[in-house]
Write a protein that binds this ligand. Structure first.
Ligand code: P6P
Length: 341
């Protein structure tokens, strides 16, 4: 999946975004401006994450977010970076961020026709131990572009209406995976250039993969179908008797990034404790589901296509099983046989 980085054809994220614009008849370049603003935000956050240990940016901020989770200093930095970068792009009407209770309506003269939902620093509980974290984003075009009238209805929509989605993972390197609905491309931040350069021109999730990714600590609360699937992974039932490997980072961006490239399945089911699952519909499930589908994989709540979920609030949650087509279809089959959601 990894392409040789050209020495003579600088296909950066900005250049790639422009090629996507040229494929969209009548596009006026506004999504291009917006996606570039997101790329700049990711570069800023990447720099902050890399310096955190040395710049006294580790540790807690002493506040908590709408989820009741303690906010790390870098959570707040990342949230402010994206709010500013998105507002300054002049292309946004509404922002929804995991770090804030309420949606942010952008006023003139910065207002535009796109609604952006984002988790500025997902997996941040892992920051202090150096585990990969990431930014996740999804973009809707306003229902009435140019009207000057923007409401919550512009973001309370199924994921099928997203026009773009992606994430940036701050790991050994900083990797950006992005889709505008015509496949998935991957980029790697070259710190010597300060540019994301293309390294994965056409990401394809393997149709199956002997890797399952789930928090086994919740096993006692799982439904019977999830339990059956995990037991059969361990028994190698669908792998000629060879047991699957368990890989779980506990940072969604890292677990999904591995799944996109190596195949397998990432699962955060609903259970007796988290009756709607833990992950948020708008800025975790939808962007990751769009990426996985665009890369030839599948994403389900267990009983229906993740992208067809209708969120009932901006911080709504949903169960999610995503990754290789054959693995996800097995879960759906077991759910159906067991008659469980
Ligand atoms: P658990 C991180 O806090 C996060 O929101 C996702 O990045 C990650 O997939 C999940 O929660 C991990 O949750 O319950 O396994 O620690």
């Amino acid at each position: 999946q990894v392409a040789e980085v050209s020495e003579t054809d600088p296909l950066t994220l900005s250049a790639w975004i422009l090629t996507q614009q040229h494929k969209s008849v009548g596009a006026r370049g506004r999504l291009t401006v917006l996606l570039n603003a997101i790329g700049v935000g990711c570069k800023f956050v990447s720099s902050a994450v890399r310096r955190a240990g040395l710049a006294g940016m580790m540790g807690m901020a002493g506040s908590s977010n709408v989820q009741g989770e303690d906010q790390k200093k870098l959570d707040l930095v990342a949230n402010e970076v994206f709010k500013n970068s998105l507002r300054r792009s002049g292309q946004c009407c509404i922002l929804v961020t995991e770090e804030e209770d309420e949606p942010i309506f952008i006023e003139e003269p910065f207002r535009g026709d796109y609604a952006v939902v984002f988790d500025p620093l997902d997996g941040s509980s892992n920051i202090d131990c150096g585990v990969s974290v990431g930014t996740i984003f999804g973009i809707y075009k306003a229902k009435n572009p140019g009207s000057g009238k923007y409401t919550l209805e512009d973001v309370m929509r199924p994921g099928t209406e997203m026009v773009a989605a992606g994430y940036c993972m701050y790991g050994s390197m900083s990797y950006m995976m992005i889709t505008t609905g015509k496949g998935v491309a991957g980029f790697t931040l070259d710190p010597t250039l300060g540019e994301f350069v293309i390294t994965h021109p056409n990401v394809q999730v393997p149709t199956r993969g002997p890797i399952y990714s789930i928090n086994e600590g919740n096993a006692i609360n799982w439904d019977v179908a999830t339990k059956r699937y995990v037991d059969e992974c361990k028994a190698g039932t669908h792998n000629n008797g060879k047991p699957y490997s368990l890989r779980y980072v506990g940072s969604m961006v890292a677990d999904v990034h591995r799944t996109l490239l190596y195949g397998g399945i990432f699962m955060y089911p609903a259970d007796k404790k988290n009756t709607k699952g833990k992950l948020r519909v708008l800025y975790e499930c939808f962007p990751m589901a769009m990426l996985v589908e665009q890369a030839g994989g599948k994403a389900t709540t267990g009983t229906k296509r993740s992208l067809e979920t209708m969120p009932d609030s901006i911080h709504d949650r949903a169960p999610i099983y995503l990754g290789s087509k054959e693995e996800v279809e097995l879960i759906e089959q077991f759910k159906k046989e067991a008659g469980v959601p």
